[in-house]
Design a protein around this ligand. Structure first.
Ligand SMILES: [Ca+2]
Length: 417
């Protein structure tokens, strides 16, 4: 009978959950320091790794699990989007969403109203992983209404990742004077690994991620400073290299490069307290990573990796996971998460989430909550796993809620109950 007493509330809670909503409940002790969980659990990953590679340091993978103690819920707002890829909150609290096929739409989360497509965007090549990708607003959006976005631009001999900007019309119906400000060359005839995230830094410059286009032919360009593939770039709002970039003045390097040796970065965010830039990037089979991005650093791909080829073959000659002069990921996953979009939590609605990193996972079909302390990962939790969705991007609203979009067209609001 004792067990039954505990079963009833659980059964009730499950019964009350709709397919569009899931919840966290009070299950752990109070958090005395409001910043990190004090109770740890076994690592959330229970499946076998693809390799027996050893991490470079303790806690680099399969960290202890944590559980949110504040009651929260993930509520589906709409499922009327079509392959949303990027999401950002407008000053009035509505959400501007980029859809892969080339549309932007505005969603009012309060009413679940989804706008008609916003016109005026340049054509995208939406084959494979290409299309309209990440987007961000000008820090002065309220006065200038400028939007910046990344897309795969069709070209005569293939396509490339490009960055464009334009003004959202006063009536929200169109983008005015859209212009491409940057092209990550060389153009390549493929349909994979475009990178595609874009964020403003505190100086009003843009950080943009590019992919290495996946194929063995283009992959080595991650290490090539004359190629824009497999990089994180720092450019001005006119698409020029920012003065003071790490390779400025070097004859054999593109001045817009900020860091290199990346495979396919689809998550970029600044830590709210340290102001440092972090990325999440797709590894191959095993080896998805989180990195702390610093100017001029080499993040190793394809020389070092914790993953395998999808064929099962090992990567690199020699096969190594660590090398002098190449940065180690702060954290990696094997099996993979497929991290596509991330944000640090700056709100206070769920106090223990403060400064945690939230990463939207595709193949993992959950949101990873990552607790970071002194630039090391100290805890991991899986959120919204019961939804069975490929989570594509995540952002935080000023009201303290998280918003996430999924490949099946859903928008969720995640907040305290
Ligand atoms: Ca790496």
């Amino acid at each position: 009978m004792k067990n039954v007493k505990f079963m009833i509330p659980t059964a009730l809670a499950v019964a009350l959950m709709t397919s569009a909503s899931c919840s966290g409940t009070n299950s752990t002790a109070e958090n005395p320091d409001n910043g990190s969980d004090t109770t740890s659990y076994p690592p959330v990953e229970k499946n076998k790794a693809n390799t027996d590679y050893k991490p470079a340091f303790e806690g680099q993978t399969r960290i202890a699990g944590v559980k949110t103690s504040t009651a929260f819920e993930g509520k589906m707002i709409t499922d009327a989007l079509t392959s949303p890829w990027g999401i950002v909150e407008l000053p009035d609290g509505r959400l501007l969403v980029a859809e892969k096929a080339g549309n932007m739409r505005i969603v009012d989360a309060a009413t679940a109203k989804v706008s008609e497509p916003i016109t005026g965007l340049p054509k995208v090549d939406d084959n494979g992983q290409g299309g309209l990708l990440g987007l961000t607003l000008d820090p002065s959006f309220e006065s200038n209404r400028m939007v910046y976005w990344v897309f795969s631009e069709p070209a005569a001999n293939g396509n490339h990742t490009a960055v464009a900007k334009g003004k959202l019309a006063a009536d929200d119906s169109k983008i005015e004077n859209a212009q491409v400000i940057y092209r990550a060359l060389p153009t390549y005839d493929g349909k994979l690994h475009y990178g595609g995230r874009i964020v403003f830094d505190k100086d009003g410059n843009l950080f943009v991620s590019t992919g290495e286009r996946s194929d063995l032919e283009t992959r080595p360009q991650s290490q090539d400073l004359k190629s824009a593939l497999g990089k994180i770039l720092r450019i001005t709002t006119d698409g020029k290299a920012v003065a003071g970039n790490p390779f400025e003045g070097q004859a054999d390097a593109l001045p817009e490069i900020y860091s290199y040796g990346h495979r396919n970065t689809q998550g970029l965010a600044f830590h709210p307290e340290t102001g440092e830039l972090w990325n999440s990037e797709f590894g191959p089979r095993g080896g998805d990573e989180i990195n702390l991005i610093k100017a001029g650093n080499n993040y190793g791909w394809p020389v070092i990796t914790y993953g395998l080829e999808y064929s099962g073959d090992q990567i690199g000659t020699p096969v190594i996971q660590q090398k002098e002069g190449m940065e180690q990921p702060v954290y990696y996953w094997d099996p993979v998460l497929s991290p596509s979009g991330m944000t640090f939590y700056k709100g206070s609605n769920v106090p223990e989430w403060k400064n945690n990193l939230f990463i939207s996972g595709l193949s993992s079909t959950h949101i990873a909550r990552i607790v970071i302390k002194d630039n090391k990962v100290v805890g991991e939790e899986r959120l919204l796993a019961s939804e069975g969705q490929r989570f594509r991007d995540i952002t935080q609203g000023k009201g303290g809620a998280l918003y996430t979009v999924t490949d099946s067209g859903r928008l969720y609001k995640i907040d305290k109950k």
